[in-house]
Design a protein around this ligand. Structure first.
Ligand code: M1P
Length: 251
């Protein structure tokens, strides 16, 4: 039985796992113990296939729910509960193509730069099929020259019906208004009418892709937002919040 007076929801990349990398064995052991005695959900901008590639199978299927593609797909115990759709207007695709063509990034470019996911688009000038070292290079360059922030600002101005957030390190997440992570707040609250919702994410600041959910939860009340920089910090902040005698398999 869970302690229903507290409901936990965790972002994945940068919070439960290193960005775009699998959850470590040590972290998984800690997380299983934590999830055994608590109501636990995971939310990510990544689609279900990517989440599955980063989480051990028992964790994907064992937690109380997984919100993928910013909450546009929801899974419970491995079963699909809902999926939403979004058809981007051709003008948006044309603008993204232009960004890619005219980028001043001096490094190499890769394929899969506009990724269509359930209810959203992920756009990366660099291209999602890049090797890990190339994403580090792009991130370093982008932190200095602000390419993503500039594109985000322009897109917001030119496409008022869309919400654009900085993805993890190399991309922008693009959703129609209402299709962002904030939708998870009401869905979760509808399932858990009482109880404090505790959300931990690494990008809860304005413009970050955890911000809209953090903001909506604050407005709904009876919630707490915890910003963490990485999985190690999450363990530090959340240790002591679980019953060490409970077993994850018994959920
Ligand atoms: O989960 C955080 C983000 O992870 C990836 O971001 P990036 O490739 O930019 O590091 C993407 O899957 C993004 O959609 C997601 O929000």
């Amino acid at each position: 039985m869970h302690k229903e007076n507290q409901i936990y929801i965790f972002d994945m990349d940068g919070t439960l796992t290193p960005a775009r990398l699998p959850m470590t064995k040590e972290f998984a052991a800690w997380f299983r113990a934590f999830a055994a005695g608590n109501a636990v959900y995971i939310v990510s901008g990544s689609d279900a296939a990517k989440i599955k590639s980063q989480l051990p199978e028992d964790i994907f299927n064992g937690v109380d729910g997984i919100y993928a593609s910013m909450g546009n797909e929801f899974y419970k115990k491995g079963e699909t509960i809902y999926r939403k759709d979004f058809e981007p207007e051709p003008r948006l695709i044309a603008v993204l193509e232009e960004y890619r063509k005219n980028s001043s990034y001096p490094g190499r470019f890769f394929s899969n730069y506009i990724e269509r996911r359930c209810g959203m688009l992920n756009f990366s000038v660099l291209g999602r099929d890049c090797p890990y070292e190339e994403r580090e290079k792009y991130k370093f360059w982008d932190d200095k020259y602000g390419e993503r922030i500039n594109m985000q600002r322009e897109l917001k101005k030119n496409f008022p019906g869309l919400d654009i957030s900085l993805g993890g390190h190399i991309s922008l997440d693009i959703v129609p208004d209402g299709y962002g992570k904030e939708q998870v707040a009401e869905h979760l609250r509808a399932m858990h009418r009482r109880g404090k919702i505790i959300f931990a994410g690494d990008r809860t600041e304005k413009g970050g892709n955890d911000y809209t959910l953090a903001h909506r939860l604050r407005r709904l009340g009876n919630s707490k937002i915890v910003k963490v920089r990485n999985p190690q910090e999450l363990i530090k902040k959340f240790s002591g919040r679980y019953d060490k005698t409970k077993k994850f398999a018994c959920k």
